[in-house]
Write a protein of this length. Structure first.
Length: 482
């Protein structure tokens, strides 16, 4: 992410591809999850060979047609494959891992050949503050895993999320993001969102979920029915729909033809119906936040900010004056915990964990284990985080990690918003990132979500391109002024 010499970047990329799986396998080799593969070495070898063949074929394709990489990443991004072993099931982003591995090889191999006249040997632009803060976040997370209460969880997060998504970020920032490519990626995401919404409609009509045993059990005892389509969580499904809806809304707001506006309106109506069936309040709030950002970048930032502040104030007043109407009485901790699906107590427990270790935190990935030990709660209750990312970061990484998180958000928003007014693509990226951040404040998964890295990568690449165009325009005006 930080090196400017292409050959060194290629070496680092290959090193990440090799070391990440080695670290993971060495950590869990003796665990029950790998017992079926340990007992069947031929099956393990066959799986490795097939995986390498798929990655090699994709790498050759991406080398010939680089623009296929972001499209393939967009298509693979939502899909999680349930892998069951020894009575346990993990939902892994296997298709996305294959795309990232192939893209990394397609980038690294030509540059390791040291072609003297080719693009591979030209130095790339120096990284700005955003890549530096992302890199520091990775290093800090790894360093604070050394004293974590749950080192295995921290290792899994690094191997399954941080390292592959950092590679994805590095690859996407070096793409030439033309209008055609942006529309192709948005088209792929929209097609997926419509497909997922259709599956959600079928689930609602038949009252049968394809995935997620917990939601299936909840639907059997509650008066309402939530859908999650092919996702393993209605809130993650809702997050994906909200972000795609913001992209389509940006297309609608800047549409030049009535036909395009009509098509975007129909798509938004379908996706909105799909979002409603998730009953994900967090996703509704995220969509509203993104729409406020879009309104400010399309028309007036002041009016958008005033409207957003008015909505927030009205909502807060309604909750305070009529808590029974929304079943959210903050004076009664049990009632508040029940109405927020247990998040109220998770947040309170997370704040107590912050107070126990304010400087260093309990270590990367340690929230769940530290919470269970401190609150004497069940494993199901603690889940894996506080459902409020700032509290999770503060509990695990202390004030230093929280300061780094705040700095990352500040730089990210400055990078995405500066000069984006009037630009539909940059406005869509900024609005989607704002929606995602708000979603993480009441749910989970910030740097553990590939959407975060993808949005930051595309936004950074577009910001660099806009800056380059401004410099070129200034250079053209300089002779005339002289």
């Amino acid at each position: 992410m930080l090196l400017t010499d292409p050959r060194r970047r290629a070496l680092a990329t290959v090193g990440a591809l090799l070391l990440a799986p080695v670290l993971l396998v060495s950590s869990i080799w003796d665990s029950e999850q790998l017992e079926p593969l340990r007992d069947r070495p031929l099956l393990m070898a066959g799986a490795v060979v097939v995986g390498l063949a798929v990655v090699a074929a994709l790498a050759a394709l991406f080398h010939r047609r680089p623009t296929l990489l972001p499209i393939a990443a967009a298509v693979a991004l939502p899909f999680r494959v349930p892998i069951a072993a020894a009575g346990m099931t993990a939902n892994l982003l296997v298709p996305l891992y294959l795309v990232i591995g192939a893209g990394a090889l397609a980038y690294a191999v030509p540059r390791l050949r040291s072609e003297p006249e080719g693009e591979a040997v030209r130095r790339e632009r120096a990284p700005g503050p955003l890549p530096w803060l992302l890199a520091l976040s990775l290093v800090a997370y790894a360093a604070q895993a050394s004293y974590s209460d749950d080192f295995e969880k921290a290792l899994e997060n690094v191997v399954f999320f941080y390292v592959p998504f950092a590679l994805l970020f590095a690859l996407l920032t070096r793409m030439q993001w033309t209008r055609k490519l942006v529309l192709q990626v948005l088209g792929a995401l929209t097609a997926l969102a419509l497909l997922f919404a259709a599956i959600g409609f079928v689930e609602y009509a038949t009252k049968h979920l394809l995935l997620n045993p917990k939601v299936i059990a909840s639907n059997q005892i509650e008066s309402y029915f939530r859908v999650n389509s092919l996702f393993f969580d209605p809130n993650i499904y809702g997050r994906f729909l909200a972000i795609v809806m913001l992209g389509v809304t940006a297309f609608l707001l800047w549409a030049q033809r009535a036909r395009d506006a009509a098509a975007a309106t129909v798509v938004l109506a379908i996706l909105w119906a799909g979002l409603v069936l998730t009953l994900s309040q967090t996703s509704f709030a995220a969509l509203l936040a993104g729409l406020a950002v879009l309104g400010g970048l399309r028309w007036s930032p002041r009016r958008a900010a005033a409207a957003a502040a008015l909505v927030v104030a009205a909502g807060a007043a309604f909750v305070l004056l009529a808590p029974d109407s929304v079943r959210l009485d903050l004076r009664d901790s049990k009632a508040a915990d029940a109405s927020t699906s247990g998040r109220y107590e998770l947040i309170r427990g997370g704040l107590r964990l912050v107070g126990d270790e304010p400087l260093t935190g309990h270590g990367s990935g340690a929230f769940s284990r530290a919470y269970r030990r401190a609150e004497k709660g069940s494993e199901e209750r603690a889940v894996s985080a506080s459902h409020t990312i700032p509290i999770t970061v503060a509990a695990e990484q202390g004030v230093g990690g929280l300061a780094l998180y705040v700095a990352l958000l500040a730089v990210a928003f400055v990078t995405l918003l500066r000069g984006s007014r009037g630009d539909p693509v940059r406005a869509a990226v900024a609005a989607a990132f704002a929606a995602l951040v708000l979603h993480t404040w009441s749910y989970a998964a910030f740097l553990e979500d590939p959407l975060t890295w993808a949005l930051l990568a595309v936004g950074l690449a577009l910001a660099h391109e806009a800056s380059r165009r401004r410099r070129a325009a200034a250079a053209e005006r300089a002779p005339a002024v002289a």
